[in-house]
Design a protein around this ligand. Structure first.
Ligand code: PLP
Ligand code: ZN
Length: 380
C-alpha cells in the first residue's frame, strides 16, 4: 500500500487519511490489468488497493449507461450514468463498500462519517451489512425527515452542536485516538471506489466529455483517477475532458479556477437547492483545482433555476434525480450554448443520486380529480 500527496508529493506506507501538509492523499497504482469476472470489483481487480469483501457487497456499481434524448436537442450524443440505482440510491455506495472492506480487514469494530445526506445513509447501511458499529455525525440543522432515512439502518446518529466545518478534521483526529475508522467524503479508499464509474463508462463508450457534480471533490478525483489509470495501463488512448460542475450559490472550486488562484477559499453564505454539493470549503478542493489545470479541464457553475429545469427534463425522460444530480445537464446546456462542445460530441453526465432523497423539494406534475361515474369522459 503506497499513498502519495497529489499536492506536495510526500509519500506514505501506512494507511493515513491526509498529508502532513493538510491535503488529501491517494493510492499509487502499481500495476493494472482487467480480469474476467462478473462485477466491476472482479473485472478491475488489479485496480483496487484492498481486496473487495464481495460477500458483503449489496450490488453497488455496475449501473446502467442510458442514452438520452436530451442530447438530440443539444446536438451531442448524451449518455446518463445512472447512479441512482445503487443500494442506498447514490454513487457513495461504491466508495463506502471499498472503505468498509478495508476497515474490516484492518480489524476496526467501528466506522464513522460526517454527513447529513447520502453518505450518512450509505455508511449506516454498509456498517450494518458488514457487522460494524457506526458513528454518524450530523449537523445541528439536519432535518428529522432526512435523519430518519439514516437511522433506519441502525447506527449511532449524533447531532453535533457547533462549527460543522471543523467536524471533518475533528472526526479524523478523534477517530485515530478512539480506534474509529472515519470514512469521510474524500477518504482515500472512498475515492478509489469511485474509479469504477470511469471503468464502466470506458467499457461502453469513448466519451469526449464527462460531467461530474462536485462538492468535496472526492467523486471528481475518483473518476479522474480511474480514467488516468486506464490510460496509463494502455486500455484507453485519450482522456476525456472532465467537467467539474458546481452550483453558483456554492462554487468555491470554479471561483478559484476562474480567478487563477492556487488554493480554494471558503465560500461565504452558501445558498443553493443542490444541498448534496454545497460544501463551502471542500477538503479535496485544491486537489481538484490542480487536476483541472494540469489537464486543461473545465469547471462550470449553474444557477438554481437552471438546475430545476434540468431536473424536470430528466424526470420527463423517466429519471428522477436530486437537484445536485441534475447540475450536469444544466452545465451541458451552457457548454453547448457557449460553443465549447463540438457537434456530435459524446458526453456522459453522472446522475449521482435519486430524487426520492429530496422529495419535499420536487415539483410534481398536475393531478386531476374524477368521479367514478364520469370516468369514461375523463379518459377520453
Ligand atoms: C456526495 C454527492 C455529490 C458530490 O460528491 P463529492 O465527492 O462530495 O464531490 C454529488 N451528488 C450527490 C447526489 C452526492 O451525494
Ligand atoms: Zn502534502
Amino acid at each position: 500500500m503506497r499513498l502519495k500527496c497529489p499536492i506536495c508529493g510526500r509519500e506514505y506506507d501506512g494507511p493515513v487519511q491526509r498529508c502532513e501538509c493538510n491535503e488529501p492523499v491517494e493510492f499509487e497504482l502499481l500495476r493494472g490489468e482487467p480480469y474476467i469476472g462478473k462485477t466491476v470489483w472482479e473485472r478491475f481487480y488489479d485496480f483496487w488497493p484492498v481486496e473487495p469483501a464481495l460477500e458483503f457487497s449489496l450490488g453497488e456499481g455496475d449501473t446502467p449507461l442510458v442514452k438520452s434524448k436530451i442530447g438530440g436537442e443539444l446536438g451531442v450524443r448524451l449518455y446518463l450514468k445512472n447512479e441512482t440505482v445503487n443500494p442506498t440510491w447514490s454513487f457513495k455506495d461504491r466508495g463506502t463498500f471499498l472503505a468498509m472492506s478495508y476497515a474490516l480487514k484492518a480489524g476496526y469494530k467501528t466506522v464513522g462519517t460526517v454527513s447529513t445526506g447520502n453518505m450518512a445513509a450509505s455508511v449506516s447501511a454498509y456498517a450494518s451489512r458488514f457487522g460494524l458499529n457506526a458513528k454518524i455525525l450530523v449537523s445541528e440543522s439536519a432535518s428529522n425527515e432526512k435523519l430518519k432515512a439514516v437511522s433506519v439502518y441502525g447506527g449511532d446518529v449524533i447531532r453535533v452542536k457547533g462549527d460543522y466545518g471543523r467536524l471533518y478534521f475533528e472526526s479524523l483526529k478523534l477517530g485515530e485516538s478512539l480506534g474509529i475508522y472515519f470514512v469521510n467524503s474524500d477518504n482515500p479508499f472512498r475515492v478509489e471506489g469511485y474509479k469504477g464509474i470511469a471503468f464502466e463508462i470506458a467499457e461502453e463508450v469513448t466519451p469526449d466529455y464527462v460531467l461530474i457534480p462536485t462538492s468535496s471533490g472526492g467523486l471528481f478525483r475518483g473518476v479522474a483517477k480511474g480514467f488516468i489509470e486506464l490510460k496509463e495501463s494502455g486500455l484507453i488512448e485519450e482522456l476525456p475532458t472532465l467537467v467539474a460542475v458546481q452550483a453558483e450559490g456554492c462554487s468555491p472550486i470554479c471561483r478559484a479556477f476562474k480567478e487563477g488562484k492556487e488554493k480554494i477559499e471558503r465560500f461565504e453564505r452558501p445558498k443553493t437547492i443542490a444541498k448534496a454539493i454545497a460544501n463551502p470549503y471542500p477538503p479535496s478542493g485544491n486537489a481538484v483545482l490542480k487536476l483541472l489545470r494540469e489537464f486543461d479541464w473545465l469547471c462550470v457553475a449553474v444557477s438554481d433555476n437552471e438546475i430545476r429545469e434540468a431536473q424536470r427534463k430528466l424526470a420527463r425522460e423517466g429519471l428522477f434525480v436530486q437537484p445536485a444530480s441534475a447540475t450536469g445537464i444544466a452545465a451541458l446546456r451552457k457548454l453547448v450554448e457557449n460553443g465549447r462542445t463540438e457537434e456530435g460530441a459524446k458526453v456522459v453526465s453522472i446522475l449521482t443520486g435519486s430524487g426520492l432523497r429530496t422529495l419535499s423539494q420536487a415539483k410534481g406534475g398536475t393531478i386531476r380529480e374524477c368521479p367514478l361515474e364520469s370516468l369514461e369522459n375523463c379518459l377520453r
